[in-house]
Ligand binder design. Structure first.
Ligand code: PGA
Length: 231
């Protein structure tokens, strides 16, 4: 695990965005593991602005998670990815995948058949969750259905007119075991509220109360933070 620090989220986003551009430049059929949330947005903006003539038409993507029975279509993670990245590059959206309750084991198998994920982008929750793997998740979990915790529902209600009753109660997420199979992982944290979760993640062993700490022995993980998160 390597800690990489930046002054602000724009610089952190440029680091990750350029890394993704370079991976696709070297391998036009690269397999990307993508994340939603506020944290990766600067990286996606960077890609849109700096992709030059790099083509994403043969790139394959697997998103970390997706809501089940989302009441507001605009809030699905597929729509988020379309708005923030896919519509700004020449990717073929047929090559973009999101987990679904109908294909849980099949999602892991599809990733394996695609050759495995070359780079997995991750945010982190204030409670250390990655994807929707909440505290208590097993280290070897595969793609599975989760019931969202109260803290996650509260954190997400801002996207649902601040109405808790509109926030989906379940989601499908890659498991910690699925995530750990990625060849390279970049976990980003750019706000102060992530401080405790990042300290636990860097703790040097798997602590079930902080799912991201499962990455402690991964062969190639960058933990990208701003000064706001860790001085
Ligand atoms: P955020 O979410 O990027 O919107 O802070 C991260 C997460 O909860 O995984």
């Amino acid at each position: 695990m390597k800690l990489v620090k930046f002054q602000n989220e724009k610089e952190a986003g440029a680091y990750l965005g350029q890394m993704i551009i370079d991976i696709v430049k070297a391998n036009p059929k690269a397999v990307l593991g993508l994340a939603t949330g506020s944290t990766p947005i600067p990286a996606y903006q960077y890609i849109a602005e700096h992709k030059g003539d790099v083509s994403f038409k043969d790139v394959v993507t697997f998103n970390l998670d997706e809501y089940l029975d989302c009441s507001i279509q605009e809030q699905t993670y597929r729509q988020f990815m379309h708005d923030n990245l896919f519509s700004k590059i020449d990717i073929d959206e047929k090559n973009t995948h999101f987990p679904d309750r109908k294909e849980l084991d099949a999602y892991d198998e599809l990733i394996d058949r695609a050759g495995g994920i070359d780079i997995q982008v991750l945010g982190i929750g204030n409670n250390g969750h990655i994807g929707f793997n909440e505290p208590g998740t097993e280290a070897d979990a595969k793609t599975h259905v989760v019931e969202l915790t109260e803290s996650t529902i509260q954190a997400n209600k801002r996207f649902f007119n601040d109405d808790v009753s509109l926030v989906p109660t379940h989601a499908v997420t890659m498991g910690l075991g699925t995530i750990r199979k990625a060849k390279k992982i970049v976990l980003m944290a750019t706000t102060k509220s992530k401080h405790d979760a990042i300290v636990k993640t860097l703790g040097g062993s798997f602590d079930k109360s902080c799912p991201a700490s499962v990455l402690f022995d991964h062969q190639d993980t960058d933990i990208v933070v701003t000064n706001e998160v860790i001085d």
